[in-house]
Design a protein around this ligand. Structure first.
Ligand SMILES: Cc1cc2nc3c(=O)[nH]c(=O)nc-3n(C[C@H](O)[C@H](O)[C@H](O)COP(=O)(O)O)c2cc1C
Ligand code: SF4
Ligand code: SF4
Length: 265
């Protein structure tokens, strides 16, 4: 039997998972799953399929690209996406729409939702009152976008200003191939107590515990889950992160993240 709506989510610090859960509550008869990292064609039987993910470096995370390249749906399946970001979605949803078009998967709706930033190399998530404001605005936006999804509308996907789309998309293209090896900048400092949570939480199995310390294996997706969920705040990325506040969505817990990692193994 075809499910009504199937949602797939990818997340580093829970923002996208929280959005996906809010959306699942608004959409009737929907189910939610973590986005797999498929090795072969991935068939989904549903009337509608939604993809919810964080914007990374002004574009799509590699996992989303891989998922779309392997996704198979029946003709006529209604497709939509939500790009969760910290205020600069740039041309991410256009990139997704073009990628999907190459696979004859028409993206009918694409929305941006802004939540606190988890990109700690550039600073913390901001003051609590501003975070609360973003949560409230996101709640309202989810309610607003559920209508067009339920009606099966088709609109232009949301995007940033033209200059951002041109300039930042260029930076995205230049940096995309380097992402796997960007984990060279991670280190576990003296606060590390060898609990192994970083290795368990990583959705791409990119961390191995060697001599009771994490070692990064250079197939990183830069989701920052390892750094943000380390209970000792022992993981640093470069020199500045030691002074920045850690972040994960307050309604998402470590258990949720471990489920995502397990779903990918
Ligand atoms: C490697 C990386 C790159 C990011 N690049 C962008 C970006 O280009 N634009 C933006 O608005 N936010 C960017 N962010 C912030 C995240 O998109 C944002 O915090 C999102 O809510 C995180 O969602 P998650 O908790 O589901 O992973 C980036 C975060 C990471 C980790
Ligand atoms: S999660 Fe933190 S404390 Fe635990 S092993 Fe990893 S770096 Fe060490
Ligand atoms: S190593 Fe850290 S940043 Fe890289 S994919 Fe794993 S959890 Fe994400």
């Amino acid at each position: 039997m075809r499910m009504k709506t199937r949602l797939y989510v990818y997340t580093g610090t829970g923002n996208s998972l929280w959005v996906a859960r809010q959306l699942a509550a608004e959409l009737k008869k929907s189910t939610l799953a973590f986005m797999p990292y498929p090795q072969k064609a991935f068939k989904v039987q549903a009337e509608a399929v939604g993809i919810i993910f964080p914007v990374h470096i002004w574009g799509l995370p590699s996992r989303v690209i891989r998922f779309v390249r392997h996704l198979k749906v029946k003709p006529g399946t209604f497709l939509f996406a939500v790009a969760v970001n910290a205020g600069q979605p740039a041309a991410t949803l256009l990139q997704l729409q073009r990628l999907m078009a190459t696979r004859k998967l028409p993206l009918s709706l694409g929305y941006s939702i802004v939540l606190p930033s988890n990109y700690i190399p550039w600073g913390g998530p901001g003051p609590m009152d501003k975070q609360q404001k973003l949560f409230q605005e996101a709640r309202e936006k989810v309610k607003a976008i559920a209508g067009p999804m339920l009606r099966r509308d088709c609109h232009k996907v949301e995007r940033g200003p033209l200059w951002q789309n041109i300039f930042f998309s260029l930076i995205y293209r230049m940096s995309f191939q380097q992402v796997r090896k960007m984990d060279k900048k991670f280190l576990a400092d003296e606060k590390c107590n060898s609990c192994g949570i970083c290795a368990r939480v990583c959705p791409s199995a990119n961390i191995e515990m060697i001599k009771e310390k994490p070692a990064w294996l250079h197939r990183c997706e830069q989701c920052l889950a390892c750094l943000q969920w380390c209970p000792q705040e022992a993981i640093q990325y470069g020199e500045k992160t030691v002074k920045y506040q850690r972040y994960h969505h307050p309604e998402v817990i470590l258990k949720d993240m471990l489920e995502q990692a397990k779903a990918n193994k």
